[in-house]
Design a protein around this ligand. Structure first.
Ligand SMILES: [Zn+2]
Length: 608
């Protein structure tokens, strides 16, 4: 093919991956940067990965790197920082080879063994500064004689081993699974007149039987239709299809990671709740995208105050799609909501920090904090669950205000039409990312009540007030109430220790144990006169006591014996019960509200 003059002068990027050392979890990478301007080339390994918000130094696993020019002559390299290489003296071409170790199967890292290569590009490729808009060519040199195939959202070419990405952002967002996987494809017809049918591929590298895989595909199909119904349409997928990439093996870590036209799902077995959550992301976060995440910065962490929408509203809709499609039963679904409400309402952090504050902590909590102790169990609430509970409350509130005519589905559709659907300047880029003022604007438009929208954002999103969930659930005929449970010192974590049991996590602020002065590292010796040699004895020691009783705690704090009185409370937590199971009557209005909320929205039939 003849190159045009402008293509000849624009830089190009190519990667080639080969697998001679798969047995040792090592991959060979070759990168070629051509048509470079006459100045030193700066290449680096990323510190972050789309959908993951903590910093990871992916350069840690790179070794034996060699830089040469177009004539294979070694080039002079300096190291400005631990993850970067500055390459001087080239004549327009830089060729680099390196080896990469990886053995973590999830949505962020790189993993290779003799059964597969599981490639997340930010963990895998050295990329060059200033070439963000350059097209990228990717070749996978499959092991000779292997039965591996390639599944990815990268653009296919006429050569089955070669793919392209239009730019750096798209490449980094495109995981690839190379293995002997199972694949099934289905078509989703458009709901609206003039819409386009879309193709969905389900790929699984797993030990599932054919029957299990077919059930999984059928479940995924139902969930896709249920979520399509929320938005009224599927996005237009750039390569021509959307791909679920499941890696479900006993040694895999559990994870799900959204991308623009695909998702990586890993874990011990195939999971439909992960499908439900991740597929919703192909609107919410991949295209309806917060300003703080666009474009994604691979040199540092990415912070957004809207993570409670990106992840939390997705969490709500994942659970709702499981309910609406009938994959989750109503009692299980309500137990899930009650569990998540308990966590948010009973964790002290939700009274210190708003959902937006919690969102901004993602770079601190979306990675390992094993290196030093934190106070997260008291001062942090996951923005997934905080946001889910806000979405749940907002949905019920909108329904209650409008006799079920206006719902959170309308809000999501408004966000989609304003910020997602218009698209971006290039594949992989979002042209109209939103901020919280946009959220308020769309909520005002959908509800028809700007005062309601301002008040909701101010009190429940930017502030720490909580909605009247019991009142809202009653509209749908569900009773939200405190668990009736035995007398307790609060949610306390213990392990056996030298003199009794050691407290392994900070006690919960406001709990009886906390008020009595017990905390992290203290060794509890006895409670109400009963020695506590192992954690399970604590429950027995409290069994004969009532809520409100004062009991004596004897414990060791930094070598000193302490005696203190604790006033017992109920174990934290709520339950959510259908009113008809509590001796009450479900009214016609409540039934109508419940059915409109939890009933399927799908009007076309899924093939089975
Ligand atoms: Zn998510």
């Amino acid at each position: 093919m003849a190159l045009s003059a402008s293509a000849e002068s624009s830089p190009t990027v190519a990667y080639r991956f080969s697998f001679p050392d798969a047995v040792h979890h090592v991959m060979q990478v070759e990168a070629t940067f051509e048509h470079l301007p006459p100045r030193p080339l700066e290449v680096q390994m990323s510190r972050s990965s789309p959908g993951r918000y903590a910093a990871f130094e992916f350069a840690s696993n790179v070794f034996e790197e060699k830089f040469t020019d177009g004539d294979k002559k070694p080039l002079q390299v300096s190291r400005p920082d631990p993850r970067s290489w500055t390459v001087a003296g080239h004549h327009g071409t830089v060729h680099v080879t390196y080896r990469l170790f990886g053995d973590k199967v999830d949505g962020t890292f790189f993993a290779i063994d003799t059964t597969h290569a599981h490639i997340n590009f930010p963990a895998t490729v050295m990329w060059a500064h200033g070439l963000d808009d350059s097209p990228v060519r990717i070749t996978f040199a499959l092991p000779p004689g292997s039965d591996w195939k390639i599944a990815t959202q990268l653009y296919p070419t006429t050569d089955a081993s070669t793919f392209t990405a239009p730019n750096l952002q798209y490449l980094m967002d495109s995981p690839a699974e190379l293995s002997h996987f199972a694949m099934s494809t289905f078509q989703v017809p458009a709901i609206a007149a003039g819409g386009k049918a879309q193709t969905i591929r389900v790929v699984a590298h797993s030990q599932a039987t054919d029957a299990e895989f077919n059930d999984y595909v059928a479940g995924a199909h139902k969930l896709v239709l249920e979520e399509q119904a929320v938005f009224g349409e599927l996005p237009d997928y750039e390569p021509g299809y959307y791909t679920f990439l499941a890696d479900a093996l006993p040694w895999d870590g559990g994870d799900g990671m959204e991308h623009r036209n695909s998702t990586v799902m890993t874990g011990h077995k195939l999971s439909l709740s992960t499908v439900a959550h991740e597929f919703f992301h192909n609107w919410n976060v991949e295209r309806i995208r917060p300003e703080g995440l666009e474009p994604f910065n691979f040199r540092d962490v990415n912070m957004s105050g809207e993570m409670f929408i990106a992840e939390g509203f997705t969490q709500y809709y994942g659970n709702l799609a499981m309910l609406r499609s009938g994959i989750t039963t109503q009692p299980d679904g309500m137990n899930g909501f009650a569990h998540d409400l308990s966590y948010v309402l009973d964790t002290p952090g939700s009274s210190y920090r708003s959902a937006m504050d919690m969102s901004r902590l993602a770079p601190f909590v979306d990675g390992s904090s094993d290196l030093f102790p934190t106070y997260w169990n008291n001062d942090f609430v996951s923005y997934y669950i905080y946001g889910e509970v806000i979405a749940l409350g907002l949905d019920l509130e909108l329904r209650a205000r409008s006799n079920s005519r206006i719902t959170l589905d309308d809000f999501m559709r408004a966000m989609w039409r304003s910020y997602g659907k218009p698209g971006g300047p290039a594949p992989g880029l979002v042209g109209h990312p939103y901020n919280i003022a946009d959220v308020q604007k769309q909520l005002a438009a959908v509800s028809g009540d700007p005062q309601f929208a301002a008040d909701f954002v101010h009190r429940y999103i930017e502030g720490t007030e909580k909605l009247n969930y019991a009142g809202l659930f009653l509209k749908a005929g569900f009773v939200l109430r405190r668990l009736s449970s035995p007398a307790s010192l609060g949610d306390i974590r213990l392990e056996k220790s030298e003199h009794g049991v050691r407290v392994t996590r900070s006690t919960m602020i406001g709990s009886p144990a906390y008020e009595a002065g017990l905390d992290l590292d203290d060794e509890l010796i006895s409670v109400a006169g009963t020695p506590i040699p192992t954690p399970d004895v604590l429950l027995k020691a409290l069994a004969s006591h009532q809520v409100g009783d004062k009991v004596e705690l004897v414990f060791l704090r930094r070598g000193q014996q302490v005696k203190a009185l604790a006033t017992l409370t109920t174990t934290p937590g709520f339950e959510l019960i259908p009113i008809e199971s509590t001796g009450g009557t479900l009214t016609a209005n409540q039934k109508q509200f419940r059915d409109a909320w939890l009933g399927s929205k799908v009007k076309i039939k899924a093939h089975s």
